[in-house]
Design a protein around this ligand. Sequence first.
Ligand code: ZN
Length: 253
Amino acid sequence: MPLVTTEATVLKTYEYSETSKILRLLTRDLGLCSVIAKGARRPKSRFGGLLEPFTDGEATFYAKEGRELHTLSGFELHRERQALGRELVRYAGAGLLSEIVLRFAPAAADDELFFQLRRGLDHLVEENGDLEIVILQQAWQLIERLGFAPSIDRCTLCGAGIVGDEDCFFDLGGGGAICARCRTRTSGLSLRPLKPRARAELIGLLSPRPPLPAARRLETAPAQRDLLRDFIAYHLADHRPLNSFRFLEERLR
Ligand SMILES: [Zn+2]
């Protein structure tokens, strides 16, 4: 039963029994892990109030071979993000980023994903501009890191480049844009129009450099929300929207 110490971010917590908590962690060395923090809900727990969602630290636990739940023995705080809890949109956005990782991260550790999530949560804490831009941007970039980014520069059917002012369509099933010419020979239930403005803003959300300045607002925010929600549902979540997305949409309305 080796003792493991690894950097970790708390994604989600569950109460367990009268006194304990179960934590879902993204760890740097072991990827996603579940640990039980025994006694964490007692008033004088040695974990104090550290074990809250979106907290970074160094977790030490006994990794039991063949078991899915390990026993946490220590957690050294590196960064708490309690500021997220003071504003519902920030909190909802952090919940979405966490759920994307929780549901879709690969079994193996992934350094880039690990640090990208942390950067995303930091952006959400610090951003003074339009939070929706930051949330959509960070969510798309996690999806890109997970290997599911849509292709929107070229038609996914004929390969033709799509120019700026061209009306095109987004094919949820095909995972990208299709041109108006190909639209006429496709009968997809998962097609939706992608207007030039919405496509331009989607490109801005997808490419980290240069990022869309959060100082301005998205002109096509409702369309971007719908697209991200439906894309995740279609590609990753068995056609069901993520719970965290519903919560976020209610906050943004
Ligand atoms: Zn085409």
